[in-house]
Design a protein. Structure first.
Length: 368
C-alpha cells in the first residue's frame, strides 16, 4: 500500500483517471489551474511541484476565470476532458462560486479543490476564516454547496477512499455532471496515509451509449411520418455525443428544419440548408416563425433533475401563443439512457424506419 500525503494522493489520482467512448480512451484531467495562497501551499503546492512530469500545473490570475476556462475546455472537448482548479482559503475559494454555478447549470464537468480551515481546529481563527458563532464546522467553501453537483469536505485522509470515486462518477455522468467540489482542510492535505493500491491505480471510466427502446423508437417514427410540418430543436446533447453528422443526414433525407438552443449552437453549420437558427426569446425570426406553425416538434428532454434517464419529447403545438405551445407536450418517449450519449444512435436508428425519404408537406425546401 503506497504511503503518501492526502495532497499527493489527490494529484496521483488526477493523473490516472481516463475515459473511454466508442473505443477511444483518453486522459480525463488535462491539468490543474491554480493560484497558491494560504491553505494549499504546503499541501497541494508541494504535491504538484513533485508531480510535474505527470500533472501539468497552470498558474492563473483569477479564480473565477480559471473555472470558466475549465468549463469551456470541457465543452469543447465534448465533456470527455476537463481541468481541476485549486485555490487558497477565503477570497480565493469564494471566487469559484460564479464559475461553479455556470458549470453546473450547463452540465459541464469541472473539479474544484479549494483549501479549507484546519480540521483539527488547533489554529483558530486563521487568516480570512469565516467565523460563525452558531456553526463551528462552517467555512467559506460551504458557499459552493448549492452550485456543486457533488460536495465533500475531506476531514480525514481515509475519506478520500469514498470521495474520489464518487467525484469521478458525477464528473463522467452525462446526466449528473457539473461542478464537483472537494474541500481540502490545510492540515489534512499534509497528513500521510497508507492508500489502497486500487484507489490510485490507472482507471478507465466508460461512457456508454445505451440504445433507445425499439417500441418507443417505432412510435416516434410513426408520429414524425404522420406529421405535416415537423421541426427539430437541437440542443447540447447533439454536440456532446458527436451526433451532428447523423442529424445532418436525417434532416436532409426528410427535409425537416432544425432550430438550435443556446447550448446546441453549432449542432449544424450555420449555412446548412435546414438550419434555421436559434429558437426562443433570444432566437431569430426564422426559427420562431417555423415553431409557431409546426405541428410536431422533436427535441431533447432531460426529464426530472433526479432522473438519470434521457427522453425524446415529441410535442404537438397548439395554435396558441408560444408559452402555451411550450407546455403542449403530448408524448414523451423515455429512451432509458444517460443524457446525450445516445443521440447519434437515435438519429441513425430512426432513419431506417419506414418513413418516406421525401420532402414532408407544407415546408418549402430552402434554396441551396
Amino acid at each position: 500500500m503506497p504511503r503518501t500525503t492526502v495532497a499527493q494522493a489527490v494529484v496521483t489520482w488526477l493523473a490516472n483517471q481516463h475515459v473511454e467512448r466508442d473505443g477511444h480512451r483518453q486522459r480525463f484531467f488535462e491539468g490543474v489551474f491554480g493560484i497558491f495562497g494560504h491553505g494549499i501551499v504546503a499541501g497541494m503546492g508541494e504535491a504538484l511541484e513533485a508531480a510535474q512530469d505527470s500533472v501539468r500545473y497552470y498558474q492563473t490570475r483569477n479564480e473565477q476565470a480559471m473555472v470558466h476556462t475549465a468549463a469551456a475546455f470541457a465543452k469543447q472537448s465534448r465533456r470527455l476532458r476537463t481541468f481541476a482548479c485549486t485555490t487558497s482559503i477565503g477570497p480565493g475559494a469564494t471566487n469559484l462560486v460564479t464559475g461553479a454555478a455556470n458549470a453546473t447549470v450547463n452540465r459541464l464537468p469541472v473539479l474544484l479543490l479549494p483549501g479549507d480551515r484546519f480540521a483539527t481546529r488547533r489554529v483558530k481563527p486563521v487568516l480570512q476564516q469565516l467565523e460563525r458563532p452558531e456553526a463551528g464546522d462552517l467555512s467559506v467553501n460551504d458557499a459552493l454547496r448549492p452550485v456543486s453537483r457533488y460536495f465533500d469536505r475531506i476531514e480525514r485522509p481515509e475519506m478520500l477512499i469514498d470521495a474520489l470515486p464518487a467525484a469521478m462518477r458525477v464528473l463522467t455522468s452525462p446526466a449528473e455532471t457539473g461542478a464537483v467540489t472537494l474541500a481540502l482542510p490545510q492540515d489534512v492535505q499534509a497528513e500521510a496515509w497508507d492508500w489502497p493500491e486500487e484507489l490510485l491505480a490507472p482507471r478507465t471510466w466508460v461512457i456508454a451509449r445505451p440504445r433507445p427502446d425499439a417500441s418507443l423508437l417505432a412510435r416516434a417514427a410513426e408520429r414524425i411520418a404522420a406529421s405535416q410540418r415537423p421541426m427539430i430543436v437541437a440542443g447540447g446533447g447533439v454536440i456532446y455525443s458527436d451526433a451532428g453528422a447523423a442529424l445532418d443526414a436525417f434532416a436532409r433525407r426528410f427535409g425537416i428544419p432544425v432550430a438550435e438552443t443556446q447550448s446546441g449552437k453549432g449542432a449544424l453549420p450555420w449555412d446548412h440548408p435546414f438550419q434555421v437558427g436559434a429558437l426562443g426569446s433570444a432566437g431569430g425570426t426564422a426559427a420562431n416563425s417555423i415553431a409557431r406553425d409546426a405541428d410536431l416538434v422533436i427535441r431533447e428532454h432531460p426529464g426530472p433533475r433526479h432522473d438519470r434517464s434521457q427522453h425524446l419529447a415529441v410535442v404537438t403545438p397548439e395554435r396558441t401563443d408560444h408559452r402555451e405551445r411550450s407546455r403542449a407536450a403530448s408524448t414523451i418517449f423515455p429512451m432509458i439512457c444517460g443524457k446525450v450519449s445516445p443521440y447519434a444512435g437515435f438519429w441513425r436508428s430512426l432513419r431506417i424506419r419506414s418513413m418516406p425519404a421525401v420532402m414532408l408537406p407544407h415546408w418549402s425546401l430552402p434554396p441551396t
